[in-house]
Design a protein. Structure first.
Length: 204
């Protein structure tokens, strides 16, 4: 069956371009703290706005962004991806899991992060970056995807970053957790590069 092609409206293209321009202007975690309500003073000047200590190694981060920090701080092996999403300032992670083995030593729960996004371009850019890492850069061995999982509070769409293991049975949790770290390290720059390419396309 031939799939019908759709021509988008000028208004849609303009709204996409505005979003892409906003994404291209995103500050790095070296200039703006990923955690909007962080109150911890920095080491260099005792400032509560300086971002000199911000990284996924921040000792406060796992509790800072959890709604139940005493019971459920962010798990160690998913911290890099949660942190990289917070660094975008345009999405809000709302649930995460580092993955867990069952009683037989097999993967019982896969690593994943759910996030809210009122931007419809940003999930697309994340998806494109994941596909590029798998298909072109070849620096991850498994296909990671972005899926719309449901609509959360206030009708905001909720997306999930997860690994697609369809047809794959021989995989270790340690390998998937290492791929999370690889994805997280390149996510910010990869998204901005993809946004720049889309901006040129919509502007032409």
């Amino acid at each position: 069956m031939k799939i019908l092609s759709v021509t988008t409206s000028d208004d849609y293209d303009r709204s996409c371009l505005v979003e892409l321009q906003d994404i291209n202007r995103l500050p790095t975690d070296e200039t703006k703290r990923p955690c909007e309500d962080c109150y911890h003073a920095c080491a260099c000047s005792n400032s509560k706005t300086c971002a000199c200590g911000c990284s996924d190694q921040c000792e406060f981060f796992p509790r800072q962004v959890s709604t139940e920090p005493d019971r459920y701080p962010i798990e160690e092996n998913i911290i890099p991806l949660v942190y990289s999403l917070y660094s975008l300032h345009m999405v809000t992670p709302c649930w995460s899991c580092e993955g867990h083995l069952d009683g037989h030593g097999q993967i019982g729960k896969l690593p994943t992060v759910w996030f809210y996004s009122q931007s419809h371009m940003l999930p697309r850019l994340i998806s494109d970056h994941l596909a590029h890492m798998y298909s072109y850069n070849k620096n991850i061995s498994h296909r990671w995807v972005v899926e719309l999982v449901n609509f959360g509070q206030g009708n905001s769409p909720v997306y999930a970053i997860k690994v697609d293991l369809n047809g794959i049975s021989d995989v270790s949790l340690v390998t998937l957790q290492e791929e999370i770290r690889i994805i997280a390290r390149s996510l910010f720059k990869g998204i901005k590069a993809s946004a720049d390419g889309y901006s040129q396309r919509f502007a032409s």
